[in-house]
Design a protein around this ligand. Structure first.
Ligand code: PMT
Length: 219
């Protein structure tokens, strides 16, 4: 059993996908299951942290001892996270936020008369980048989802979003990333990186929290 080494730490975690509705019955989304973020929330709770988990649509049971805020769209996720941001001492952003949403959400179900259709999308706000602009003494941890060698891109995100750590994972590898029980990640800092072995999301969550603790100066 781990000690309560994060006792009292106020941790904000995001998990799962967002849904960007096109009309009342259709949406754009991605295959995030929420497992990675839920694992972080549960591991932090077990180590004594106070945890708020902002979760997009997932089938996972809400963890006991964690305040869960359910959202659907990126704009709702942004609002829920920014509402809690002043309270938080550290943030782990494992959600797969949709980069775009429909420019217009149709009020009625769209007819399927035409053979081709064009959908106009607009960019969603980058929530983590917004938090990074008002970082204060918080520890900010992001994830970077890449489909090919992505160390350079992950580090670019780390710098642009003003993060302490970005957790790089590859979503097109068998048995890791989206939906799976395991993940294989690289911890990327400004000046170095550390590849972790393939392991359960819970084990990786605990390693990420070890880093949060160290960056916080011991808690
Ligand atoms: O949920 P699982 O099935 O367990 O899968 C886990 C996961 C693969 C979804 C997770 O490990 C992961 O990689 N999450 C982040 C996915 C992602 O959106 O990566 P990105 O490279 O597009 O974004 C970089 C960072 O900015 C992320 O922390 C993201 O949450 C954040 N972001 C992105 C876009 C946006 N508009 N606002 C954001 O805050």
């Amino acid at each position: 059993l781990r000690p309560k080494d994060l006792a009292g730490l106020r941790l904000l975690v995001s998990a799962g996908p967002t849904r960007e509705y096109i009309d009342p019955v259709r949406f754009i989304s991605n295959p995030s299951s929420g497992r990675m973020g839920f694992a972080v929330a549960e591991a932090a709770r077990d180590r004594g942290a106070e945890v708020v988990l902002v979760a997009g649509p997932t089938c996972l049971e809400p963890p006991w001892g964690v305040e869960v805020v359910r959202v659907e769209s990126a704009l709702q996720m942004r609002q829920a996270l920014l509402d809690r941001y002043p309270w938080a001492e550290a943030v782990v952003m494992a959600a797969a936020v949709a980069d775009y949403r429909a420019a217009q959400v149709q009020k009625e179900k769209e007819p399927k008369a035409e053979e081709e259709k064009t959908l106009r999308l607009v960019k969603n706000p980058d929530i983590l980048e917004e938090m990074g602009r008002d970082k204060g003494s918080r520890v900010l941890v992001g994830f970077a989802m890449e489909t090919q060698e992505g160390l350079g891109r992950a580090r670019e995100k780390l710098l642009r979003k003003n993060l302490d750590l970005i957790v790089l994972n590859y979503v097109n590898r068998e048995g890791v990333g989206f939906g799976s029980e395991e993940n294989e990640v690289v911890l990327v800092y400004k000046d170095r990186s550390e590849a972790l072995p393939r392991a359960s999301k819970r084990w990786i969550a605990d390693r990420i929290l070890d880093e949060v603790k160290r960056l916080k100066g011991g808690v």
